[in-house]
Write a protein that binds this ligand. Sequence first.
Ligand SMILES: [Zn+2]
Length: 114
Amino acid sequence: MTSKQQSTAVLVDIVCPYCGQVVAADADRCPHCERSTAADPTQALPTKRLTDRPWLIVLMILHVGCLGIPLYWRTRYSLAVRMLLVAVSVIYTVLTVVGIIWGCAYILRMLRGG
Ligand SMILES: [Zn+2]
């Protein structure tokens, strides 16, 4: 088999991600295990949603805190992780608000004292 024929074979046949059998690339379902080949993550990478990027979630928590809870809740993370995100955002927001109030009180004391 020449290299050209091999590359053609790759285009024609794909390997089923579930059972490992060779399946025709245009087949919607694997004839061996009846599962959809369209869901193969190596063949068609699903477009990642913006909210699935961990660094973006961290950035959101740092910037909008608990205001982003609906957004954190819509992510595809497990329930435990989402609950953690919500908890962290609430704690962060509370700490921020306390920090701002403490800072304002501190400045007021400085102004009165000076
Ligand atoms: Zn299969």
